[in-house]
Design a protein around this ligand. Structure first.
Ligand SMILES: *Cc1c(COP(=O)(O)O)cnc(C)c1O
Length: 345
């Protein structure tokens, strides 16, 4: 990999970050806070929240087995995705390379930041070819986006192919593991020490059942994390979110229990949808959803909407013609979908 000094955007490298009132007295015992123009009333909401979310990161460090200073927390993973562009790509000059199909935010953030987005199609079985991805890179490619298990396809990408990308690419590789809590496969989260150019994304929005609180995570080297921290909004994670996250993270066994229920339902749904005459194929999945190729995705989608059941129509996405993406719900919700599909004519 190139060294970070060559990858970081020049204006970010020279940036003098905002210094909040609370950053400047460290090392002393403080009792009276008259420094931040806060109201003295309405505790605890009168005070600015911890800008570096120390308590939440302490819990996450235990759960994820990653040092706290190798963790960045954002307003959803979306904040980390946008920060990767703002820290490492020069608008109008640099480019990024990504697999296709994949999560839509990588492309949206590229467009917002005026960065060229080079999409490289997976094969017909949604497999990754490292050489094909690397061949799309040039000297101005700063980031590669990989999502595994991938959205909307659901499959995990080959571990050794991702390693090949990490070893050969000169820039940074983001591996989005938003769905890895549903997978038994190897996680790149455990490989940070081996790859200085690796950024792994996780989120509270899926397995942890907390999409509403907006909390996403990036894991990377201390150097990369400190660049993210320098550029982020000073108080990007509000107090309510930090409190709710701590509460949920302190009971990881409850999340494990719910994951097991979702996985059992996933098996049942894949089998039941797979045998329907209107289903051509269910693709292998490691996530809390599956992609199914149907006889006529648009017509079935419209029929389900009519019945108040919403799935994701992916028919216009590359390689996903006539495919619906179906999230695993509760047993009752899943049964409603199944009975509607069985009645479809
Ligand atoms: C759902 C999802 C996320 C989560 O995004 P948040 O902003 O954390 O809610 C991230 N990546 C992928 C691939 C997803 O499907």
């Amino acid at each position: 990999m190139k060294n970070l000094e060559q990858l970081i955007r020049p204006n970010i490298k020279s940036l003098a970050p905002y210094s909040s009132a609370r950053n400047e007295y460290s090392g002393h015992e403080a009792r009276v806070f008259l420094d931040a123009n806060e109201s003295p009333y309405n505790a605890p909401f009168n005070r600015y929240p911890d800008p570096l979310q120390t308590e939440v990161k302490k819990e996450l460090a235990k759960i994820k087995n990653v040092p706290a200073d190798c963790i960045f927390l954002g307003n959803g993973s979306d904040e980390a995705i946008d920060l990767a562009y703002r820290c490492f790509t020069r608008p109008g000059t640099d480019n990024v390379v990504a697999i296709e199909p994949t999560y839509g935010m990588y492309k949206v953030c590229a467009d917002i930041n005026d960065v060229e987005y080079r999409a490289v199609e997976l094969d017909d079985d949604f497999r990754l070819d490292a050489d094909k991805l690397l061949a799309a890179c040039n000297d101005n490619t700063k980031l590669i986006w990989i999502c595994s298990p991938n959205n909307p396809t659901g499959n995990s990408l080959d571990y050794n192919e991702i390693c090949k990308v990490l070893d050969a690419f000169q820039g940074l590789v983001v591996v989005d593991e938003a769905y890895s809590d549903f997978s038994r496969g190897k996680k790149f989260l455990n490989e940070l020490a081996a790859h200085p150019n690796l950024i792994v994304l996780n989120t509270m929005s899926k397995a942890w059942g907390c999409a509403a609180i907006r909390l996403g995570m990036a894991f990377a080297s201390r150097e990369i994390i400190s660049i993210f921290n320098k550029v982020k909004y000073p108080y990007n994670i509000n107090l309510l979110t930090q409190e709710k996250a701590l509460e949920v993270l302190k009971d990881p066994f409850e999340t494990d229990r719910l994951i097991r229920i979702i996985l059992a339902e996933r098996t049942r749904m894949i089998d039941a949808v797979g045998v329907l005459p209107i289903c051509e194929k269910v693709f292998p999945t490691d996530a809390n959803f599956f992609l199914a190729r149907m006889s006529d995705a648009q017509a079935i989608y419209d029929y389900l909407v009519d019945k108040g059941i919403i799935v994701r129509n992916r028919t216009r996405v590359a390689l996903c013609r006539n495919c619906l993406r179906i999230t695993i719900g509760t047993k009752t919700e899943n049964n409603e979908l199944l009975s509607a599909l069985r009645q479809y004519k």
